[in-house]
Design a protein around this ligand. Structure first.
Ligand code: PFF
Length: 477
């Protein structure tokens, strides 16, 4: 049954719809682009171990906390926190962390859409390539078969050098995202998730199997699951935490907002577990999809953000049916990015609709338009604005361009701070009876969850932050 009037008077039409939308929010570029990039840069196994620990100990209890705040408050991230605070007889100022969450969603989408634009560009490149391969009578050719492997990575530098193309892709992606959000919760967001997510999972399994049969699967397994603790440092641990929060979509309004559309009958704890499980599973599968292919052709696992865009096409060039698989691979990332970007936008739109009493369509286009404009600055920082250092006065951001400064500001600082405040609020300030009822947890399970959210999550986040970020923030690292 649909939930009663929530943030915008709308609700999911079923529990499955909610799960698909929430998993869609969680699974995105974070899993398929950022996770392999960070795991590759930080030595594999040890990073993965810390990442999984952060997911279980911090991410999972956070997901449940946020969904319950949303369902109780039945509003956007800010007003839902205020409602829980009111019903718990504590200061309404706690709403501030809901507000920072909305800011996080806003900021993330500015650069998220740019990267999603690269994905769309590669969907285009691979489509043209496949059509060419079919017409030349060899549909199972390697990707970009007529090209020299050395020139393939230049696709990306060409894109970065071409401002109209770069901005065009960013525009296209934002327009599609806004259009879906403007259509509403059931007709837009839910429908998109219902079509895109199952297709996504089928593609993920197919490409992972392809990698397992044609690539260096064993090497990838050992890279991802054999920890070398010498690779760990406070900064790496903080990266793993930031990545865990980013990937689970916590601390950035989306899950509170989506929780606001959940019916009273839905049991939240198992649902939160499913979201966490699916998200982690996809990140690991993405690793097992990408690294066997990277190893197979002897590419550098630590290539950084270009791993997926520059290295993988070379790999597809050298592999059977690479043209087809390459296209499917980028379509898969596109679907994941789209269901995440609509959750980011919805987190901001739901708030603005309530705050200013605007209609959905107008709000979606206005808010999306502003994000789009700031996104232009992120896109240009890959090109003519590459020398601008917007936060250059802060040591941690000294050498960061606009794109990296926003990314780092959110994942290294704002997400941990928001997560810390959420955990303290739910663990210590929110009414215990209210919280318990919303979670639906009983006995020892409730005790365990409360221990995680009241003690472990805030302490772990605070420690990681103080050791890793604070010294760098003030230039003492
Ligand atoms: N979790 C998404 C990903 O891994 O790509 C990104 C994201 C979506 C972050 C929604 C935050 C959010 F609210």
């Amino acid at each position: 049954m649909a939930g009663p009037a929530a943030p915008t008077g709308e609700g999911w039409s079923s529990r499955t719809a909610f799960i698909l939308a929430a998993v869609g929010a969680a699974v995105g570029l974070g899993n398929i682009w950022r996770f392999p990039t960070l795991a590759g840069e930080n030595g594999g196994g040890a990073f993965v171990l810390v990442y999984i620990s952060c997911i279980i100990l911090i991410g999972l209890p956070m997901v449940l906390s946020e969904v319950l705040i949303g369902r109780h408050g039945r509003s956007d991230a800010f007003h839902s926190v205020v409602k829980v605070a009111e019903d718990s007889n504590v200061s309404k100022n706690w709403g501030i962390f809901g507000g920072i969450g909305i800011l996080n969603a806003f900021l993330i989408l500015t650069f998220y859409s740019v990267v999603a634009g690269w994905v769309m560009y590669y969907v285009g490149v691979m489509s043209v390539d496949l059509v060419g391969a079919i017409f030349s009578g060899d549909p199972f050719a390697g990707a970009l078969a007529s090209e020299n492997p050395e020139t393939i990575p230049s696709r990306m530098t060409d894109l970065f050098g071409n401002i109209p193309l770069l901005l065009g892709m960013h525009t296209l992606f934002m327009v599609v995202s806004i259009w879906i959000v403007a259509r509403g919760v059931t007709d837009g967001i839910e429908k998109a998730a219902t079509y895109l997510m199952p297709t996504f999972f089928v593609l993920l399994v197919l490409i992972t199997l392809y990698g397992a049969f044609t690539g260096e699967f064993a090497k990838a397994l050992s890279f991802l699951f054999t920890p070398d603790f010498s690779k760990l440092s406070p900064a790496v641990v903080n990266d793993a935490l930031g990545q865990a929060l980013f990937s689970m979509s916590v601390a950035s309004a989306a899950l509170i907002t989506y929780g606001g559309y959940v019916s009273r009958e839905t049991n939240l704890a198992p649902t939160a577990g499913m979201i966490a499980f699916a998200d982690t599973g996809v990140a690991l599968l993405a690793g097992l999809m990408i690294f066997p292919i990277v190893f197979a052709v002897g590419l550098d696992v630590a290539a950084g953000p270009t791993l997926v865009f520059q290295s993988l096409p070379i790999a597809f060039h050298n592999m059977p049916a690479g043209s087809l698989v390459g296209l499917l691979f980028f379509v898969l990332i596109f679907f994941a990015a789209l269901t995440s970007s609509i959750s980011l936008l919805e987190g901001v739109v739901a708030w603005a609709m309530r705050r200013f009493e605007w209609g959905r369509g107008f709000t979606a286009w206005l808010v999306g338009g502003v994000i789009f404009l700031i996104g232009i600055a992120c896109a240009l920082s890959l090109n003519v604005w590459s020398d601008i250092r917007p936060l250059g006065f802060i040591p941690l951001f000294e050498d960061k361009n606009i794109f990296d400064a926003i990314d780092d500001l959110v994942s290294k600082i704002l997400l941990p701070v928001t997560a810390f405040l959420t955990a303290v609020f739910i663990g210590w300030r929110a009414d215990k009876k209210l919280v318990k009822e919303e979670t639906g947890l009983e006995g020892a399970m409730f005790g365990l969850w409360r221990f995680l959210i009241a003690w472990l999550a805030p302490l772990a986040v605070a420690m990681i932050f103080v050791f890793a970020v604070f010294p760098n923030l003030i230039g003492q690292g």
